[in-house]
Design a protein. Structure first.
Length: 157
């Protein structure tokens, strides 16, 4: 009778078309789901706090990524832009970014831990990782996106 073949072998051309090959395909897909890219599995929730450039972009966070330790809070942020970003000669141009941020609640400071630009909206398309200086703490400026995030994250129990 064998195993029902619902997995497309064309996704993994290096695996032979046998029951063992099918099991390898399923195992590979399970591993990709378990350890794959964070953005592929994120559940983005819009931040409803007002901030100055709200009409130009939408700010999201993934609540499942919020990590609290003493005075520090980490979160993944998605910024989805209404229009393509970057100058006419910028390569690559992008429509969304994901940023891994860490906030220091007392002292109102933050630092970037990771930054990725995407060619499509909602963290889709081609990805390009940006450089971040993880040792550099920045002030959370008044009336900014970071202040909206700081208020949301640091004022929760």
């Amino acid at each position: 009778m064998g195993i029902q073949r619902n997995v497309r072998y064309s996704q993994y051309p290096f695996i032979k078309h046998t029951d063992t090959g099918l099991i390898l395909c399923l195992l590979l897909q399970c591993l990709l789901l378990a350890f794959g890219d964070h953005q592929a599995s994120a559940e983005w929730v819009a931040v409803e706090k007002p901030y100055p450039v709200r009409e130009l972009q939408t700010l999201y966070i993934d609540p499942a990524t919020i990590r609290r330790e003493d005075n520090l809070v980490e979160v993944w942020q998605l910024t989805d832009y209404r229009w393509m970003q970057g100058g006419p000669k910028a390569t690559p141009r992008f429509l969304s970014t994901t940023t891994h941020k860490q906030f220091k609640c007392t002292g109102k400071r933050l630092r970037l831990l990771a930054y990725t630009e995407f060619s499509h909206r909602m963290a889709a398309g081609n990805a390009s990782n940006g450089y971040v200086d993880k040792d550099r703490w920045l002030p959370v400026e008044a009336d900014s996106i970071n202040e909206a995030l700081w208020n949301t994250l640091c004022n929760q129990p």
